[in-house]
Design a protein around this ligand. Sequence first.
Ligand code: NAD
Length: 290
Amino acid sequence: MNNLLKGKKGIIFGALNEKSIAWKIAEQAVAQGAQIVLTNTPMAARMGGTQDLAKELNTLFIPADATSVEDLENLVEKSMEFFGGKFDFILHSIGMSPNVRKGRTYDDLDYNFLQKTLDVSAISFHKVMQVARKKDAINDWGSIVALSYVAAQRTLYGYNDMADAKALLESIARSFGYILGREKKIRVNTVSQSPTATTAGSGVMGLDHLMDFAERMSPLGNADALDCANYVITLFSDLTRKVTMQNLFHDGGFASMGMSRRAMKLYSKGLDELVQAEESNIDFKDVSQK
Ligand SMILES: NC(=O)c1ccc[n+]([C@@H]2O[C@H](COP(=O)([O-])OP(=O)(O)OC[C@H]3O[C@@H](n4cnc5c(N)ncnc54)[C@H](O)[C@@H]3O)[C@@H](O)[C@H]2O)c1
């Protein structure tokens, strides 16, 4: 390993189980020489996964609901005690939509659920930074990263109110990135990751097909959780000190594509089948459900 994070300290939100993107980032951060604190909700604490990782990495787990300013204050204070002072990086890897969970479509949203989606998935990022700033917890030239998705810019069938949450998340990164950059040279970015098979990911409608589509569309193929971890490590390292207020696509090229040869081939095959079916008067629905 290159010890890219030697001497650096940081808080990692969102490692629920081995599939979590934050889990891989925590492992890679420690492998690169960082000291970390892991945090997740009290509910996740009861499930035990995050604590198992804390044991594996020989570090501290502090439960915190990222929507609770009180919990975040406690988290930052305890982390500073553990680190013996300020720290250098924060990973926000948190997302949840009750509308998605309960099957409420975008044209029939429950507005209390929408508030919750925005609070958990986006406003919590503001809360984390506001608490850390008020406690002067982050060293100059520190780095803060949140995970996003291309649905913030482009409409993807079934992503629902999480698209609005991601758009807000990316805006918060720019707005707070200006303040923290101006004052302390701290950078704030979002990483827009490929669809990834995790617990949150599996809530997205038709994840398997979405992943297959993204894989076919991306010249480099989908980025997996480990790829994402490696990229985020560079953002926490001193190699990226002037990158801030950006939404950085980490998606194998997907966000710049319109149509690829691999996707076109599949589409053409499906289309030929459809035309043949129409010619022989087979009901469209029979074919589309194949
Ligand atoms: N999986 C994908 O396809 C994909 C693609 C792009 C971006 N992302 C983003 O990556 C991030 C991590 O998701 P993941 O895919 O690793 O799934 P995951 O389910 O493993 O992680 C989501 C985490 O959010 C935590 N969380 C939920 N509510 C919380 C709260 N109130 N306070 C603190 N933590 C809370 C969960 O406990 C969990 O650890 C999310 O922001 C997600 O939107 C995921």
